[in-house]
Ligand binder design. Structure first.
Ligand SMILES: *[C@@H]1O[C@H](CO)[C@@H](O)[C@H](O)[C@H]1NC(C)=O
Ligand SMILES: *[C@@H]1O[C@H](CO)[C@@H](O)[C@H](O)[C@H]1NC(C)=O
Length: 408
């Protein structure tokens, strides 16, 4: 048994909860205090609710169900007959119920940022770096009614790298040699990180060399953690893929991905618990659309062509915005912009919705969400209209529940 499974089994024995039996913790988690706190935080005692006569988005088969009833209680979806209290009835007529949206790239810093996500139907947030580890750790434990948050802790880049010059970047946490990779990754694990993030900087910035990137990916693998790499240009993407990373964030705005890059995307990652045949992309088109106006010589068309070629090649694409406190995409509303950006380059609305629900749940290894089914988290988004026909319907939000807690 791996260390993680042992930890998970211990947590299950300690709590003996229904949720535990279903497999609550993401596989990538390896931190005992973190896992335990998380399991406790996920059991809000909420009264039963039944949404009547609602069409349900089924991401596995890509259709809306005929109108049916969906019940949940104590944070979990349950068969209606299993409710122990008389459920509150919500009318779902003419509406669509979606699994809560999963943001695969953000930098929230405050509870207000998380509230903005919640109001916009985003129920799980991946923080790909935040000001301090205290900020991240604090946001992860704020309690019911806020999105479930997972974080990388710090973000590795070289001394003098463009990202090391971002206000607030801890200058003592840069990485310049392969020997520093494993201790750096260990430091993130100690902060409670659920995954590891590092950066390939755009020329002319100094950037991590190939050997150090590979050492970081190897160190993440040794900790049973997914590795994530920022790569916003052609060469950075090639470096990230050669290092063996799981998830490539952003897309190329200088030169569009070509056959060489696509071939690298079509190889298995170094750490491969899901037995994947390819890598995964979080293209953050919303950010790229913004960035090309600031950095000379970049085009949004290169980013669009890159993502289109990934989609045509069958590479999994996840919805992420890079919403942050400095500039560009907003916390929450920009998620819906990203859905539209993906539909614009050729994903069907159903594919875009899968990239916001089922696919991120699978690729971030969160086994308790991403579809609407008994036993899974009651992370739900009720909208008016049919977003499988018109993706903008995800913005017609009627109600959001996070682990069964109503937000609006
Ligand atoms: C960097 O400095 C901060 C603030 O002094 C400290 O909390 C942190 O532990 C240091 N990190 C490392 C890797 O030494
Ligand atoms: C990638 O890097 C190589 C070697 O430094 C350089 O010759 C080439 O122009 C770069 N390509 C792009 C697209 O930036």
């Amino acid at each position: 048994m791996t260390k993680i499974l042992r930890v998970f089994a211990l947590a299950c024995v300690a709590l003996l909860t229904h949720a535990c039996i279903l497999g609550d913790a993401p596989v990538a988690r390896s931190h005992i205090p973190h896992v335990s706190r998380h399991l406790v935080a996920r059991q809000p005692q909420t009264n039963a609710v039944v949404i009547k006569n609602v069409r349900v988005f089924e991401p596995l088969i890509g259709i809306l169900s005929p109108p049916r009833d969906v019940a949940f209680e104590n944070g979990r979806i349950v068969p209606l007959a299993d409710c122990s209290s008389t459920p509150t009835v919500v009318d779902g007529t003419g509406r669509t119920l979606l699994p809560g949206l999963i943001e695969s790239h953000s930098h929230p810093e405050t509870a207000e940022h998380l509230q903005a996500f919640a109001r916009n139907g985003v129920t799980t947030v991946m923080s790909l770096g935040c000001g301090t580890s205290e900020t991240c750790g604090g946001l992860a434990g704020l309690g019911p009614g806020l999105p479930d948050l997972y974080f990388s802790g710090g973000v590795a880049t070289v001394p003098g790298g463009q990202h090391a010059q971002t206000p607030g970047y801890p200058q003592n946490e840069t990485v310049s040699e392969t020997e520093q990779a494993a201790p750096w990754v260990q430091a993130q694990v100690d902060k409670g990180a659920s995954f590891i993030k590092f950066i390939t900087e755009r020329a002319p910035s100094p950037t991590l060399n190939d050997a150090t990137l590979a050492a970081l990916a190897q160190a993440a693998k040794a900790q049973h953690l997914l590795s994530n790499c920022h790569a916003a240009d052609y060469n950075g993407t090639r470096q990230a893929l050669d290092a063996g990373v799981n998830i490539v964030h952003h897309s190329s705005t200088n030169v569009a991905y070509d056959d060489e890059i696509l071939a690298k995307f079509k190889t298995a990652p170094l750490f491969n618990p899901l037995h994947l045949a390819t890598r995964v992309s979080v293209p953050t088109l919303t950010l790229m659309r913004f960035i090309v106006k600031i950095i000379p010589g970049q085009t949004y068309e290169a980013a669009q062509a890159s993502v289109k070629s990934l989609h045509d090649a069958g590479i999994p694409i996840l919805v992420g915005t890079d919403s942050n406190i400095i500039a560009g995409p907003t916390f929450g509303p920009s998620f819906h912009d990203e859905l539209a950006n993906l539909v614009e380059i050729g994903l069907t609305p159903v594919e875009a919705l899968r990239s916001a629900t089922l696919l991120p749940a699978r690729h971030w290894m969160l086994r308790d969400r991403g579809v609407i089914a008994p036993g899974l988290r009651a992370d739900l988004l009720l909208v008016n209209g049919d977003p499988t026909k018109d993706i903008s319907a995800t913005k017609n939000i009627e109600q959001v529940w996070i682990a069964g807690v109503a937000i609006l």
